[in-house]
Design a protein around this ligand. Structure first.
Ligand code: PEP
Ligand code: MG
Length: 626
């Protein structure tokens, strides 16, 4: 007698070969219980040749019936085989792709069924490095927080972006631990293996930027007791100092003491085959959110069909630009501001040229400056002194300007298109850079049809959009005419304020496209700060008031209602209105399905989520067809 558990195919690799374990002198669930060490299933053939032959036959019958790999339990009693249980077997993402392709080749399923049987989110693990599974089992877990950006990172703890850059430059692997991150930290974030923040949710700066870079991030770990001044923190009963090793799993949100070896991502041929099928059946286009030529090129490799969002502000934090942007902010007159903006214009133009080149003629949406200006002003005394010297002002004057930029609620303050309404010269400079870059790239690549897309953020009123659009159109037309070109361009808006969604029929009269900024739209609809909600949302999940983080998975009932309404209202006055989404939800499978259902033209997400969105879009189309 004996008992066993087996898979019809290898659940780790997908290989078409019986895989499992067998125990003699045992019955029922004994293998599953793990009380004795079983033998490989192949040895069953020697012990019970007849029952084994019959078992192989049953495996085939079950696979033919369920059209999928099976995970079975069985017993042999006095040489007679009894099947106890069968179900579709769990498998690794790599095995899932191989099994789907093999089942198509064996004629057991069609391409659509193959596309439907792969969990889009599981593709994450194929695209990012992961911890070595054996080493991970032994690693001391010290805490967990939000799985903000997938991948695995081990490095020495540093507390500032500056240190991250310096340590990385001398060849050290580092993990950047911050209370929260801001655009100033970009270079340090890039240099780190991973990022851990105490505050912030799934759409906080750290989470969004890390996802864009494809870098591991665990955010909102409120259990950390941070002591930035002494460069140390306490977590899980232990104090960690600068230079101590820490490991982060951005796919699970787990934090480990010490270093854990990682294994690189591997994408096999089956991945491309399944993606090809997904592209054949999806209706939604998939674009990417990318701010640099590097990220844009990465997204192209993953199949992005354009850029749905370039956040221009991230380019302002480079060392060579920040002085000019600070000069612009601290100017007293329009002339001074224009002088500072004139320094930025060629830099922006070359940024945009780089992005256009990387996208090889695909559509590119560039969003105008969005964050509150105080994010750009210096905080260090030395930087304040330098700025004062550069501008011929006193330190006290600069400090006064900085103090005047303080806002109680900056997310609802002087940001987005409000900056262009108060300082139209910013819109002029950004339009010039967008259009001049497109003309230059068009001249270099006559085969591309460059149609730059300018996106105005945070619009809530049609007159506000009309005001900024007029500046854009006058500036763009003049440059295009002077160049003797007939290049077309589009002007559209983000829909990220509830009032914009509610008045979308008015807004659409001034817009060529809408892009739903569901990060801000969620923030403003719920009245939850996207950077602080993590602190109290756990209580809501515990009490079953909310089931999911609305910043990660679109709240279809509330925020989705606004999106759907805006689509209908917008298209009622402008049937050609192009509709997309560029909030973080654009890479979330259930939200992608929603976007398909309400008739958006495209979703836009961070580069590493592009394959996930392609697959989710295909699954939505296939489901819809059914
Ligand atoms: C949004 O609000 O959804 C958006 C994409 O813009 P940001 O995240 O830059 O505010
Ligand atoms: Mg926004």
């Amino acid at each position: 007698c004996g008992t066993g558990v087996a898979f019809t195919r290898n659940p780790a690799t997908g290989e078409k070969k019986l895989f499992g374990e067998f125990l003699t002198n045992a019955q029922g669930e004994d293998v599953v219980a793990g009380v004795r060490t079983p033998m490989p299933i192949s040895q069953m053939a020697e012990k019970f040749p007849e029952a084994f032959a019959q078992f192989e036959q049953v495996c085939k019958i079950l696979e033919d019936h369920y059209h999928d790999m099976q995970d079975m339990e069985f017993t042999v009693e006095n040489g007679k085989l009894y099947m106890l249980q069968t179900r579709n077997g769990k498998r690794t993402p790599a095995a899932a792709l191989k099994i789907a392709c093999d089942l198509v080749d064996e004629g057991m399923i069609d391409e659509k069924q193959a596309v439907a049987m792969i969990e889009p989110r599981s593709l994450d693990t194929l695209l990012h490095p992961q911890f070595d599974a054996e080493a991970l089992k032994k690693a001391p877990l010290i805490g967990s927080a939000l799985a903000a950006s997938p991948g695995a990172a081990s490095g020495k703890i540093v507390f500032t972006a500056e240190d991250a850059k310096e340590w990385a430059a001398r060849g050290e692997k580092v993990v950047l631990v911050r209370l929260e991150t801001s655009p100033e930290d970009i270079e340090g974030m890039k240099a780190a293996q991973g990022i851990l923040t105490v505050r912030g949710g799934m759409t906080s700066h750290a989470a969004v930027v890390a996802r864009g870079m494809g870098e591991c991030c665990v955010s909102g770990c409120s259990a950390i007791n941070m002591d930035e001044a002494n460069k140390q923190f306490e977590l899980g009963g232990k104090v960690f100092h600068e230079g101590d090793w820490l490991s982060l799993d951005g796919s699970t949100g787990k934090i480990y003491d010490g270093a854990i070896p990682t294994v690189d991502a591997s994408i096999g041929g089956e991945f491309g085959r399944v993606m090809g099928w997904a592209d054949k059946y999806r209706r939604l286009q998939v674009r990417t959110n990318a701010d640099t030529p590097h990220d844009a090129a990465q997204a192209r490799k993953f199949g992005a069909q354009g850029i749905g969002l370039t956040r221009t502000e991230h380019m302002f934090f480079d060392e060579d630009r920040i002085p000019a942007i600070r000069e612009m902010i601290c100017s007293d007159t329009v002339e001074q501001r224009e002088k500072a903006l004139a320094k930025l214009e060629p830099m922006q133009q070359s940024d945009f040229e780089g992005i256009y080149e990387a996208m090889e003629g695909c559509p590119v949406t560039i969003r105008f400056l969005d964050p509150p200006l105080h994010e750009f002003v210096p905080t260090e005394e030395a930087d304040i002194e330098l700025l004062a010297k550069d501008m011929g002002k006193s330190v006290a004057e600069i400090k006064n300007i900085i103090a005047s930029l303080h806002e109680f609620n900056p997310m609802m303050g002087h940001r987005g298109c409000r900056l262009d309404v108060t300082y139209p010269e910013i819109a002029v400079m950004q339009t010039r850079a967008v259009i001049k870059a497109a003309l230059a790239v068009q001249a270099r690549h006559p085969e591309w049809n460059m149609v730059p897309e300018i996106m105005i953020p945070l619009v809530g009123e049609v007159k506000e959009l009309a005001y900024v659009k007029k500046i854009v159109v006058e500036t763009a037309d003049e440059i295009i005419k002077a160049a003797g070109s007939d290049m077309k361009y589009l002007v559209g808006t983000m829909i990220e304020i509830p009032r914009a969604a509610l008045t979308a029929d008015e807004i659409a009269t001034q817009a060529d496209f809408f892009s739903f900024g569901t990060n801000d739209l969620t923030q403003m609809t719920f009245g939850f700060s996207r950077d602080d909600a993590g602190k109290f949302l756990d209580a809501y999940y515990d009490k079953k008031i909310y089931e999911n983080d609305p910043f990660a998975k679109l709240d279809q009932k509330g925020v989705g209602k606004l999106v759907e309404m805006a689509c209908k209202l917008g298209r009622s006055v402008n049937p050609k209105l192009h509709l997309g989404i560029c909030g973080e939800h654009g890479g979330d499978p259930s939200s992608v399905e929603f976007c398909h259902r309400v008739g958006l033209d495209y979703v836009s997400c961070s580069p590493f989520r592009v394959p996930i969105a392609r697959l989710a879009a295909a699954q939505a189309a296939i489901k819809d067809e059914k």
